[in-house]
Structures are given as structure tokens and as C-alpha cells.
Design a protein around this ligand. Structure first.
Ligand code: ZN
Length: 421
């Protein structure tokens, strides 16, 4: 299949962050030409005049199987929140997880996310939903010590089985996850790391999300979590650490030196009353690769990455009493090329360039951000636009949504399942 996108303003996110008026030709899965006035026959021609064409957003921390609990666990601190969600989770059927995942994917496709990094058990069910939806799913099977888990069988074994049975698929990329240091012994962490290295996959974990988590750990181990993880040689450029709110400057240095990527989740953190703000400006100065995530729709309560980009900017400018921190361009980088780097796919995703995979979104900026001007388009993407401005979502050269309507699967089927429960 071929697609020709005509006449849009293209925010490439390439090395020069070039913004250009150009057509884009997609042949099968790849972007093959970016140029003015491409005249070639294509199976689909999309008129993008007065529209923004940009790389699909990449959400680096989700739990897509939980969307059926949206609004069900409110106004609680993280420890009580986890207690209640673990209980709800334990009662669920395979169908519940499948349709919850599809519901999350409908929301992500509708709001311009093309790839996501998930952390959950039962990722084989999420993988089925990824196949159905047409999205790109980076799926981390979560592990933890056996005495804390509600998953059937041995978590590390389950993760390894999931990775070995899902390797080599096109849009499903398996990896290993860890719930957090509060339920993972050193043995679990290091065995998991060994599995990741053996299969060449990434690692994904919650880390230093709340002050309580850090101080409980200090009491137990006499070390802060990141200090300890460095000491046991767990940190590496294979790791995507979600939250990382409560860090010292020394810990940020350790993350930067080890090449760890972080997933900053400002909406979820504020909603759970985490307090303070993750030290993102310091992370940027110390070479930590910063990306953005929504977290689950239970703590967010949506999966709209445009909301997350805007909130990130607002949070840090206000926290530092300084409007110059976190420029819009950096925030857009977090949600595109930095995320691709964290997932080890920067040669394929994260920007619109010839030879890269065709994961592209198109936005109608009306009424926000009109008129389109190159000099302010990035700020308007971050602060003026919403996920609902997205009209087209293309993943792997396939149109999953056009004119605001999801075409890749029957959303009605998902909604009627949700009505029954
Ligand atoms: Zn999470």
C-alpha cells in the first residue's frame, strides 16, 4: 500500500528540527520521499493543506490493560491506591484485559500516539490487542518477588516465556519489567537483567516515585534506591525508569552516567499527590534521556500525550519560578525522538525522515494555533493543541484513523463489552 500526504506543514523532528512545507510519500511501511510537489500515483492521497504533519507520539509508560478501572480508584495515596488496584486486578478475566487494552489503544490512536511502552502481567493478551489495533506496542512483562504477586506461576519465568514467544514480531516488541524496588529483591532484579541481556530486550520499571518508597528503602537498606541499584550494577542504557521523582543530584548523575532513560509522568504524579516535581531540568543537564508517559488511565485519567506535554511544561516552569525551563522544543523531543532512543529504535522511529518507518500523525489546528507559522508551531503543538486535533493516525504505513474515525478495528465492539461490565 502507498500513501501520499499532500501540502502539510511537516514538523520533521530530524537532527536539525527542520519544519518544512512538503509532501510525504509512504511506500509500504516506510517513508520513501519528503519533497515539495511529489507527483506520483498512490493508493491513498491525504490532503494536508493547513494541517500539521508530525511524527506519532510515543508514550513511554502505560498500563493499557487497566482502562476499565478509569475513575474507580480516586483520591488515594499510592500505597492505598496499589492495594486497591492489586485487588481489582486479581479478579479480572482475559476478556477484561483484552478489551481494556483495546479501549486504551482506541484512545491513543484517537489522540495521536502511535507507540507505547507498557508494564503489566498478561502481556500476551495485550499483544493480541496490539495486533488487532494496528498500533506499535513495546510490552514489558512485569516481574516481582513471588510472595507479592497475584500473577499465576513464577513472574520471571512468565516474562521469559513471553519474550521468547513474541520476539521478531513487527509491531509487538517484548521486554521485561519490574514493579519496583519495594517488591523486587536484588535477586529478582539481577535475574531479570540477565534475561534482558540474553534476549537483547529493554528493561522497564517504576523507580523512586514517592517519598515514602525512598525513605522506607533507606530504612531497610541504608541506601537510596538509585544508589543501591548502581551498587549492584543494575543500571544500564537498557533501562527505562518511570517517575524518578525523588532523586538526589548524585542519583541523577548515576542515571546519566549509566545511560538510563526516564519516563516523566507529570499528570499521574500530581494526581497521586506525589509532591514536588521530578528534577527534569537537572536530568537534562546531566545527560539523562528524558521521555514522557501518561501512566495508566486510572491515575491520569486519560492517555492523551498532548495533555502530558503541556503539563510537563507548566509543572516545571511554575516549580522553578522560571518560564525559560523546559522549552517547547525539548518537550516535543521527549515525546518523539528521545522516546525512540529509550526504546532503542531511534534509527526507525521518532522523526519524519526518508528511510524511517511511517508512524505519522496529522492535525487540524483549528481553532487553536491558527494561522500556521513555522516559528511558533512547536509551542502551539505543546500548549495549544489537544489530542482531539489529530485527524489522521498512520502506523507502519497503515491508516489507523482518518478524519477522526478509527478504521483499524471496531470500537463499537469494545464499547458494548464495557457496557456489560
Ligand atoms: Zn506505572
Amino acid at each position: 500500500m502507498s500513501i501520499l500526504i499532500k501540502g502539510g506543514m511537516v514538523v520533521t523532528q530530524n537532527l536539525d528540527r527542520k519544519i518544512m512545507d512538503a509532501d510525504i510519500y509512504i511506500d509500504e511501511n516506510f517513508i520513501t520521499e519528503i519533497n515539495r510537489n511529489i507527483s506520483v500515483e498512490a493508493d491513498h492521497v491525504i490532503d494536508a493543506r493547513n494541517r500539521i504533519v508530525m511524527p506519532g507520539l510515543i508514550n513511554t509508560h502505560t498500563h493499557v490493560g487497566m482502562s476499565m478501572f478509569r475513575g474507580a480508584v480516586e483520591d488515594m495515596q499510592l500505597d492505598r491506591f496499589l492495594e486497591k488496584t492489586f485487588k481489582l486486578d486479581a479478579q479480572r478475566t482475559e476478556e477484561d484485559i483484552y478489551y481494556s487494552s483495546l479501549l486504551s489503544m482506541a484512545e491513543m490512536i484517537r489522540t495521536g500516539t502511535t507507540s507505547f511502552l507498557d508494564l503489566y502481567y498478561d502481556e500476551h493478551i495485550v499483544a493480541r490487542a496490539v495486533e488487532k489495533s494496528g498500533m506499535r506496542g513495546f510490552l514489558s512483562w512485569v516481574t516481582l518477588d513471588r510472595e507479592f504477586t497475584t500473577q499465576k506461576g513464577e513472574p520471571l519465568k512468565n516474562a521469559e516465556e513471553f519474550i521468547s514467544s513474541h520476539r521478531g514480531k513487527e509491531r509487538v516488541v517484548p521486554s521485561i519489567g519490574f514493579q519496583g524496588v519495594y517488591v523486587c529483591s536484588d535477586e529478582t532484579l539481577l535475574k531479570g537483567k540477565e534475561i534482558a541481556e540474553r534476549y537483547g530486550v529493554i528493561e522497564h520499571m517504576h523507580l523512586s516515585e514517592t517519598r515514602k518508597e525512598v525513605y522506607d528503602y533507606l530504612k531497610k537498606k541504608n541506601k537510596r534506591p538509585v544508589e543501591h541499584l548502581k551498587e549492584i550494577n543494575f543500571l544500564s542504557n537498557n533501562l527505562v525508569a518511570a517517575h524518578t521523582v525523588w532523586l538526589t543530584v548524585r542519583e541523577i548523575d548515576y542515571l546519566g552516567q549509566s545511560g538510563v532513560s526516564v519516563s516523566h509522568n507529570p499528570v499521574s504524579n500530581m494526581k497521586l499527590g506525589t509532591g514536588g516535581a521530578a528534577p527534569v531540568p537537572e536530568m537534562m543537564k546531566r545527560n539523562v534521556n528524558v521521555t514522557l508517559g501518561t501512566d495508566s488511565s486510572v491515575t491520569n485519567n486519560n492517555l492523551d500525550m498532548f495533555d502530558v506535554m503541556k503539563t510537563a511544561g507548566l509543572m516545571h516552569k511554575n516549580d522553578r519560578w522560571d518560564a525559560s525551563v523546559l522549552p517547547s522544543q525539548s518537550i516535543l523531543d521527549f515525546a518523539t525522538i528521545n522516546a525512540a532512543k529509550a526504546l532503542k529504535v531511534s534509527s526507525l522511529l521518532g522523526s519524519i525522515e526518508e528511510g524511517k518507518l511511517a508512524d505519522i500523525i496529522i492535525l487540524d489546528p483549528f481553532p487553536s494555533g491558527i494561522p500556521l507559522k513555522k516559528e511558533n508551531i512547536v509551542a502551539n503543538i505543546v500548549y495549544a493543541l489537544k489530542g482531539l486535533n489529530v485527524t489522521h493516525t498512520i502506523v507502519d504505513g497503515r491508516i489507523l484513523m482518518s478524519s477522526g474515525v478509527i478504521r483499524s478495528f471496531d470500537v463499537g465492539e469494545v464499547l458494548s463489552f464495557m457496557e456489560k461490565i
